[in-house]
Write a protein that binds this ligand. Structure first.
Ligand code: ADP
Length: 229
C-alpha cells in the first residue's frame, strides 16, 4: 500500500466570477522510503499540490489517502492532528520562532504531542546532533546562519518521527555550500528509511532525489526514476 496516494485531485480558486483551475486531475502514489522531487515552472501548481499533500488543504474533487486513511473530506479540526502525526515540514523561510532557542524550536512538535519536558529536551538534542548542531542547542535563530537555521528546521521536522518529510523549496534561501549540506542530510535521512517529498526549482535538488515528478499547468507531465550510477 502506498504511503501517499492521490487520485484525480483537482483544485480551483474562485476569483470574482472566474474560476481558476490550478490542479487538473493529479494522480500519484508515493511509497514508504521514496525520495521524490516535484518540479515545474512557477505557477504550475506545485505549492497548491504541496498544501494538499501536507494536509493544509483538501482536494476538491479528488481523493487523498495518507497512510491508509482517506483524508480528502476532513475538516481542519480532524486534519490538524493527522498533519502533526504524519508530516514533518521544511519551508524555504525556515519558519523558526525567534524567541525560542534551537532546542526549544525543535521540541515544539513533541510539546504538542504531550511528551514530558525532559524527554522533549533529550529528543530535540538527539535530532539536532543528527543534523550536526549538537553544539548549538541554546542559540536563537538570529544567532545562527541560514544553513544552520534550515538544519534546525530539519531537526524539528524529524523529531517526532513522522512518516513523511515534506519540504518546500528548502534550498531557496541558502548559499550553495549550505544547499549541498542540506542535500547530504536529506540523502542520509532517506537512506535511514525516511520518505521525502521535496518541491523545488533547483535542478541540483532534483538530481539528488530518487524520483522526479514534473508538473506543468496543473497536470503531471513526467515521472521518472533518477539514475545515480
Ligand atoms: P507554483 O507553486 O508552482 O508556483 P501555485 O500552486 O502557487 O504554483 O499557483 C498555481 C496558480 O494558482 C497560480 O496561477 C496562482 O496565481 C494561483 N493561486 C495559488 N493560490 C491561490 C489562491 N489562494 N487564490 C487564487 N489563486 C491562487
Amino acid at each position: 500500500m502506498p504511503l501517499i496516494e492521490l487520485q484525480a485531485v483537482e483544485k480551483s480558486y474562485k476569483m470574482g466570477t472566474q474560476t481558476l483551475h490550478v490542479l487538473k486531475g493529479v494522480s500519484l502514489a508515493i511509497n514508504q522510503g521514496d525520495y521524490v522531487a516535484i518540479v515545474g515552472p512557477s505557477g504550475s501548481g506545485k505549492s497548491t499540490l504541496m498544501h494538499i499533500l501536507g494536509c493544509l488543504d483538501i482536494p476538491a474533487p479528488g481523493r487523498y489517502v495518507l497512510a491508509g486513511q482517506d483524508v480528502s473530506k476532513l475538516k481542519e479540526a480532524r486534519l490538524a492532528p493527522i498533519r502533526r502525526q504524519h508530516i514533518g515540514f521544511v519551508f524555504q523561510s525556515f519558519n523558526l520562532l525567534g524567541t525560542l532557542n534551537a532546542q526549544e524550536n525543535v521540541a515544539l512538535p513533541l510539546l504538542y504531542q504531550g511528551v514530558n519536558g525532559r524527554r522533549q529536551r533529550e529528543r530535540a538534542k538527539d535530532a539536532l546532533s543528527l543534523v550536526g548542531l549538537g553544539d548549538r542547542l541554546h542559540h536563537r535563530p538570529n544567532q545562527l546562519s541560514g544553513g544552520q537555521q534550515q538544519r534546525v528546521a530539519i531537526a524539528r521536522a524529524i523529531v517526532a518521527d513522522p512518516p513523511v518529510i515534506l519540504a518546500d523549496e528548502p534550498t531557496g534561501n541558502l548559499d550553495s555550500q549550505s544547499g549541498q549540506d542540506l542535500l547530504q542530510i536529506f540523502s542520509g535521512l532517506n537512506q535511514a528509511g525516511r520518505t521525502l517529498v521535496v518541491i523545488t526549482h533547483d535542478a541540483e535538488v532534483a538530481r539528488h532525489a530518487k524520483r522526479v515528478i514534473e508538473i506543468r499547468d496543473g497536470r503531471i507531465v513526467g515521472d521518472r526514476e533518477v539514475s545515480h550510477a
